[in-house]
Design a protein around this ligand. Sequence first.
Ligand code: LLP
Length: 422
Amino acid sequence: MSIFHYQNNTLFAEDVSIAQLASTQPTPFYCYSSRAFSQHYQQFKAAFASLPNTLCYAMKANSNQAILKLLAQQGAGADVVSLGELQRAIEAGFPAEKIVFSGVAKSAAEIKAALKLNIHCFNVESEPELRHISAIAQSMNKIAPVSLRINPDVDPATHAKISTGKSSDKFGIPLKNALPIYQLAADLPAIEVCGIDMHIGSQITKLSAYDEAIGLLVTLANTLKEQGIAIKHFNFGGGLGVAYKDSDSDQQTLLAQYAEIIKKHACALNCHYIFEPGRFIAANAGILVTQVRYVKPVEEKCFVIVDAAMNDLIRPTLYEAYHQIASVEQANEKSETQIVDVVGPVCETGDYLALNRKLAPVSEGDLLVLHSAGAYGAVQSSTYNSRPLISEVLVDGDRWHTIRQSPSIEQLINLDSIPNWL
Ligand code: LLP
C-alpha cells in the first residue's frame, strides 16, 4: 500500500487520516511519513550494497531535527552547507566522521567549527577557498581533509536555477584547472587530499549527464594517481530526480538506472564512494495540507484560493515546479473536472501553487494536498506578508507528532526591535 493512500475515499498518511489531523492542526501544514523517509534511505543503500559507501543526506532538502534524527539513526551521514546545518547535524546525532561540508563560500567560522569537530572532509570549490582552509587549519595545528569539487561542464538538462555542472554555473573548479589545483592541495602544508567530488544539478532525470560527468572525473582520478595523488573517495553528489507526476518515471526505476551507471564507473576506481541525495530521500515523503478559502470564477478561468501560499511552498513560483494536487476526500470518479489556478492569499500574481490544473469541483472548506512536498518545501519557506512559518507533522504508523510548531504572530513581531528614538 502506498504511503499516502485512500481508505474509504479519505486520504491517509500511513495509518493516520489527514482529515483527522487537520481537525487538530491549523492548516496549512506539512505532513511527513517516517516510513517513506526510511524506505527511500534503505532503497538507496540497497542499490549500492555492493560498493563501500557512505550516504551523506543533503539536509538542505529537509532539515527538521526529527527528520535528521530519523536518518542518523538509520546510519546516514550528512552533507552540510552552513554552520547552522553543521550544528543541526551534530545535535541530531550524525557522527562527525560521516559529515561532508559543501558550498562555494565557507566562512572562517564554519571552517574552524568543522575542523574542531573532525568532519570527514571539505568539498572545496575554488583555489582561494583551498588556501583559506589550509591557513586556518595550520593556525589550529590541524590537517584539513579535502575533496575538490570539479565542474565537468556537462548539461544536466534540468531547470536553469538548479543546474550546477555547466561551466557557466558558479560551482566547482573547472575541469581544465583541476590538475594544478590538486597539485597545490598536495603541496599545501595543512591539507590532506582525500577525494574527488561532483554535483552537477538537481532533479536530474536525463541520466546520461551523470555518465558523461563521472566518465570525465574517472579519467581525472586516473591521471592524479599517475602523478602520485591518490584518491580515497569519489563523491557523486546528489541530484537524482524523483517522480512529481504520474507520467514521470518512478523513482525506483531511476535509481536502478543510476546505480548501473555508477557501478560501471566504480569498477575503474576501487575506492570509497559518497552519495549526497536530498530530494530522493525527502520529496515523496511529505505533503502540504491546505484548505480552500474561496472559489472565484472569472470570465476566462476559475481561481481556487487556498490558505497555503508561495511563502509556504515556493517551488511552483521559483522553478515552475509541478506538484500534484489531490482532494483529501476523494471525488466521485464520474464527477466532472474543471481547469483551475490554485492560488494563495499572498499579494503577488506569482503566488500560485498550480496553474491550469484539472481538478474535480471543490468548495470552500475542502482540504487539498500538494504531493511530493517533503523536499525543499518547509526549508525554503518564509514569513512574507507576515505569515508565520507553518507547522510540520511527522507520522509513524498510527501515531503522529508536531515536529515544528507554527510560531505565533506575537513571536514573529517580537523578533523586531524598535530603536529608542522612535
Ligand atoms: N549536494 C550538493 C552539493 C547540493 O548542492 C545539493 C543540492 C545536493 C547534494 C542534493 O541534491 P538533490 O539530491 O536534493 O537533488 N531548491 C531546489 C533544489 C536545490 C538543490 C540545491 N543543491 C528545488 O526545490 O528544486
